[in-house]
Every structure is written in C-alpha cells, then in structure tokens.
Design a binder for this molecule. Structure first.
Ligand code: URA
Length: 237
C-alpha cells in the first residue's frame, strides 16, 4: 500500500508534488473513479489512470554518464538539441540528478527514481561534488582560502569547501584547481572563481558522492550495480 501521489511518482508520471496537483485537479482515477483526496492509498492491484491513461510502475534504472561538453543537461530541448538523456539507450523516462552546464563535462547520474533524486539534491544532505577547474590567471593561496571559507554570491555565503591547486602554468597564465563543494547553486563554481577575478575556462566534474569517472571515456555511460544503488541509499539516510 502506498499513497497515491507516491505511487504516481514511482510510475514516472511526475514528481510527488506535481502528482498531488494532478490529483487535486481531478485528473486521476482509481478503479474508474475520480479521486481528489490526497491521503488515499493504492496497491499494484488497483487500476490507476491519469487523464484516462493507465499508468504502471517503472523498473528503476540508474546510470553514471561521462557528460561531454556541449550537451544539454535536461530531458527535452525545445530547439531539438541533443540532451544527456538522448545519450542513454533506454525506454524508461530517466532524468539527470542535478545539473551540469552546457559547457561543463564530467560525472552525471541519471535515473527514473524520484525518491533518490529528491534526497541527493536536498541541500541538507551536503553531497560532495568535486570539480577539476582550469582558470585564467594565477590562483593564489589567498584565493584558495577564500574558496574554502566561503564567498558571498547573491548576498549568501557559499558553504565551506575544499580547494587544492593542482598546477600553475605561469607561461600561459593559467591555473588548475580541484574544488569540492557540497551545494548546487546555479553556475556556482564559475561564479566563485569569477568573484576572485578568475574566469573559468574549462570545468569538469570528477567526483559525485563516492562515484568517480574511472574506466569511462567522454560520452560513455554505465549502469550502477545493485550494490552501488544500496550504497547510495545508505549515503543519504
Ligand atoms: N558549477 C558551475 O559553474 N557549472 C557547473 O556545470 C557545475 C558547477
């Protein structure tokens, strides 16, 4: 038995909140009757329809993709450009967990599991994300200190982070930094460096929680193992 809105989201209809709206709008029928109450519980034996179309539980799928640059990180693109979902061969309605910019490459998880997505993207979970960043100019230890202790972006200080200089290329006036943050604010890494007057030239996510890009080339992906999925659930408990 599970609540109707949870059942709808596990069928891939919409998020739990959107599913509640569909119920309130009278778009959901259980065994032929419109249900507008949010508390009702259903089982797999009930016939649940949305807009008169029967819905069914989806198998849960989990992928780790090495996102290339110049690929849109969403499910659809109105201009018909390739999205991260197009790179994965599946019939299931998967979506990315969080976002990477169009010009950012690296590690991206995708799934049709709304529950784990909500947990991983919730700010209270402080999931570590590590980026390898190439920037213009010479990064100093003062910059590193500021990156680690927080930078005010749009009036709010970023949370504590970890930063390490990986390489300084004096000849070309470029620096390479590994930065680990636990938030997912819009263009956060680019904006943190911009506030220190370093333009980000290349950005790659190399780690997400305990996942790395090991054994994957750009554009390649793999399914998570059952063990990894369990580990991920434990990680966000
Ligand atoms: N920070 C950014 O600025 N861009 C990304 O894609 C990810 C983190």
């Amino acid at each position: 038995m599970e609540r109707l809105q949870k059942y709808l989201s596990s069928c891939g209809v919409a998020s739990r909140r959107k599913s509640e709206e569909l119920i309130s709008q009278g778009k959901v029928k259980v065994n032929g009757k419109v249900v507008t109450e949010l508390g009702i519980k259903v089982t797999d034996k009930d016939e649940v329809c949305v807009d008169n179309v029967k819905v069914a539980k989806q198998e849960k799928e989990y992928y780790l993709l090495y996102k290339p640059e110049k690929i849109i990180c969403s499910v659809h693109d109105e201009k018909g450009r390739t999205t991260v979902v197009d790179l994965i061969d599946t019939q299931e309605k998967i979506f990315p967990i969080g976002r990477l910019d169009y010009d950012t490459s690296g590690l991206l998880l995708l799934t049709n599991d709304g529950e784990i997505t909500n947990k991983l993207t919730h700010p209270s979970k402080n999931i570590e994300k590590t980026y390898y960043v190439k920037v213009d100019g010479i990064v100093t230890y003062k910059d590193i200190n500021e990156l680690e202790n927080g930078i005010v972006l749009d009036g709010i200080k970023t949370k504590k982070a970890k930063a390490k200089i990986r390489k300084i290329d004096k000849q070309n006036n470029k620096s390479y930094v590994e930065l680990t943050i636990t938030e997912g604010r819009n263009h956060q890494v680019k904006n943190m460096f911009a506030s220190l007057n370093h333009k980000v030239l290349k950005l790659k996510r190399i780690k997400y929680a305990f996942f790395t890009l090991d054994n994957l080339s750009v554009g390649e992906y793999r399914k998570l193992t059952i063990k990894e999925v369990k580990q991920l659930y434990n990680y966000v408990k």
